[in-house]
Ligand binder design. Structure first.
Ligand SMILES: O=C(O)CCC(=O)C(=O)O
Ligand SMILES: [Fe+2]
Length: 303
């Protein structure tokens, strides 16, 4: 009975933030031991909230992007129309409109209901422990396992992110079979910034979820420009996305007012493999880009 599991999940004793910060073995054990219970609880939650939960589908995405991507799936020779929507804003960093800002309220409303569900969610601790973030991929314990969210997440990765990434960074083909994702939230005095780092991904898609009236100051994401040795500061707009190779050094500047919410999605190869730095861009046929890998997802998680 999923309602029973929903109650059981809500009554679990969560590890303390202290223990999470120290990455105590008991914390990992907590999430591993309760993996199935928590997944079932999210299923039960979705059933009992089906009347009020927004429908998550491609209608939330920018229409131009959706149309160009749909055409490319139907006829890969049309893929350049997708590339035309991408703007190179730093060397090998591309910005484009991902969500329709007017539709983001549906997604954010859904995520608000997720927070109110009182089902334990594991926060991401890639570099820092982000308090109001969640793991999104089924390989991660304590992930957001609600089936409708998972279908949406998979659609974003398989139908949008992977072919777009292959178009921009052809050398990642074969290093893009596996998926990973988390959400992050910045707010002054809580989680404010991330120091310079690279991601353990072949490619990263970072999508902003701020509503049009949710402005913020600070919180630029800086990307390293190897030609000048300097960082280029870029600002997210509601629903905009940046896509870059995981090995580009980047950092999030402190947020000084407001809040910022993003989804961060990664692709890499089986068991975390990544292309070699500077590996050759091999030309491939457009048809190979617009395809979903047929192998199974493995269980490797970078954090
Ligand atoms: O602040 C951002 O949007 C970037 C986050 C990031 O680089 C990361 O979580 O690895
Ligand atoms: Fe990063």
């Amino acid at each position: 009975m999923q309602t029973n599991q929903l109650n059981q999940a809500r009554n679990l004793d969560l590890p303390s933030r202290e223990a999470m910060l120290h990455r105590a073995p008991s914390v990992q054990q907590f999430w591993t031991n309760h993996y199935d219970l928590l997944s079932d609880a999210w299923k039960g939650w979705e059933v009992s909230n089906s009347d009020t939960l927004a429908t998550l589908d491609s209608s939330l995405l920018d229409k131009r992007l959706r149309d160009a991507v749909e055409h490319a799936w139907a006829d890969p020779s049309k893929e350049l129309a997708v590339q035309d929507l991408m703007q190179e804003v730093a060397p090998d960093v591309f910005e484009f409109q991902f969500f329709d800002p007017q539709r983001l309220a549906d997604l954010r409303g859904y995520l608000e209901q997720v927070w109110e569900a009182q089902i334990p969610l594991r926060p991401p601790y890639g570099i820092v422990l982000n308090r109001r973030g969640a793991m999104l991929d089924s390989r991660s314990e304590g992930y957001l396992a609600a089936p409708s969210f998972q279908a949406f997440y998979r659609q974003i990765l398989d139908r949008y992110m992977r072919p777009i990434a292959r178009l921009l960074f052809p050398e990642i083909v074969g290093y893009d079979t596996q998926t990973f994702g988390f959400s992050i939230h910045y707010k002054p005095n809580t989680d404010t910034s991330i120091r310079p780092h690279t991601d353990a991904s072949a490619v990263t898609l970072n999508i902003n979820l701020n509503l049009p009236d949710e402005s913020f100051t600070g919180s630029n994401v800086d990307f390293y420009d190897p030609s000048t040795g300097k960082m280029i500061g870029l600002a997210f707009k509601p629903g905009s996305a940046m896509i870059h190779r995981g090995n580009v050094v980047h950092a999030a500047q402190p947020i000084t007012s407001g809040e910022r919410t993003n989804f961060v999605l990664w692709l890499y190869g089986d068991y975390g493999r990544m292309p070699m730095q500077g590996s050759k861009r091999v030309a491939i046929d457009a048809k190979q880009r617009w395809a979903v890998p047929t192998g199974a997802l493995d269980e490797f998680a970078p954090f």
